[in-house]
Design a protein around this ligand. Structure first.
Ligand code: ZN
Length: 64
């Protein structure tokens, strides 16, 4: 493993608890959404899955 690979592995090692707290506080204004999994990729960028209701207008593209 070279230096670049070690740095990438370290960045992707864990999810920041503050990011998880922020993501879980998100509520869709159009439905009773929940926050799913929060992950961190190899570049250190966090991703959160927002679980909308199936009838949510935001999910269906009606609301921008
Ligand atoms: Zn929604």
């Amino acid at each position: 493993m070279n230096r670049q690979q070690r740095r990438a592995a370290a960045k992707g090692a864990g999810v920041d608890a503050r990011v998880v707290q922020y993501a879980k506080s998100y509520k869709c204004p159009d439905c009773d959404s929940d926050t799913g999994e929060v992950t961190r990729d190899r570049f250190g960028v966090h991703h959160a899955t927002i679980l909308h209701d199936p009838t949510c207008p935001r999910l269906n593209g009606i609301t921008p």
